[in-house]
Design a protein around this ligand. Structure first.
Ligand code: RIB
Length: 312
């Protein structure tokens, strides 16, 4: 039997990143430090991490036919991600993210989605075919920075195969009512969860209420990421809380992608929901310790050592 794989579907970008002491005021020119260009995009980041952790990793995404595409793809090539189904769109620009990281590690991103939103007409069918031909027990991890027709078809195809599906509902305006039942793990952060449920989340209890409200819409396992305040999960009907390990935060860019990638990896290994959550929380926290997304992603031994040290 062919080995199960992890399929990452969503955005691939070139990231341009700088660090500033504070956000600029309107109209202000602010000097920055630590200029860096690197491969990014949510699906590309997940695909990179799951490969680094040791799983066969396949990326489904679209780039432009420009120099930026080469930069976005290079680290994935080097890591050994399967790029067979990443197509270049003629005459389009590759997605570009302008990332500003503040001294406390918080970031703002301005995204030009470009080719990520320019899939060819037959894109949804191609994605369906890849998923329907993937080995048994493969895992699909999806974000919503791509056309709804592509994401929707992929989620349906994965459901038919009974695959584990991790859906990062970002951006939430692209989340459709029918996706809740199609994704068995839905992983909003605090502000995404607030926009999904319509109330503010100020503590753990609110987090659980949000999980319940989201579960009522059809999702089986719901995880609300509260950052430093920890992670709450409603898995079937059981409540779980995992605190965030103590880390020195340098840059939060890509930490959510590390979470989704590590969760997909642990599910691919057939860990149960709670162990998978602990693994993902640790990977995501460690990813904030260094500047950048992919270059900051931890390997398996580092995650396991941290879990042991933190007694997770
Ligand atoms: O989640 C972080 C990623 O999202 C970055 O790599 C950037 O490309 C943005 O789109």
């Amino acid at each position: 039997m062919k080995q199960a794989i992890i399929i990452s579907l969503g955005s691939i970008n070139k990231d341009i990143q700088v660090r500033t002491e504070r956000w600029p005021e309107p109209g202000e020119t602010l000097l920055s430090q630590d200029y860096m260009t690197l491969g990014g995009g949510k699906a590309a980041n997940r695909a990179y991490l799951v490969r680094k952790l040791g799983a066969p990793s396949l990326l489904l995404a679209r780039t432009g036919d420009d120099e930026e595409a080469k930069e976005a793809l290079q680290p994935l090539k080097e890591a050994g991600v399967n790029l067979e189904h990443v197509k270049q769109r003629k005459g389009q620009r590759t997605g570009l993210s302008m990332v500003v990281v503040r001294a406390d590690g918080k970031k703002t991103i301005i995204l030009s989605a470009n080719a990520n939103q320019k899939w060819e007409q037959e894109g949804p069918d191609l994605v369906e075919q890849v998923i329907s031909e993937a080995p048994e027990d493969s895992v699909l991890a999806v974000d919503l920075e791509i056309p709804a027709a592509v994401a929707g078809k992929a989620l349906q195809a994965a459901k038919k195969r009974n695959f584990q599906v991790v859906l990062d509902p970002s951006p939430t305006h692209a989340l459709k009512a029918e996706y809740y039942e199609l994704a068995n793990f839905l992983t909003p952060n605090k502000s995404e969860a607030e926009s999904m449920v319509g109330f503010e989340i100020e503590n753990k209890e609110d987090g659980f209420r949000a999980c319940e409200a989201i579960q009522e819409k059809g999702a089986r396992h719901v995880i609300v990421k509260l950052g430093k305040e920890g992670y709450v999960m409603l898995s079937d009907n059981e409540r779980h809380f995992v605190p965030a390990p103590d880390v020195q935060v340098t840059d939060t860019t890509g930490a959510g992608d590390a979470f989704a990638g590590a969760l997909a990896f642990a599910l691919w290994e057939k860990q149960d929901a709670l162990s998978a959550l602990r693994f993902a929380v640790t990977a995501s926290s460690l990813a904030t310790e260094t500047y950048g997304s992919q270059p900051a992603y931890p390997d398996r031994a580092t995650i396991e050592n941290k879990m042991a040290a933190f007694e997770l």
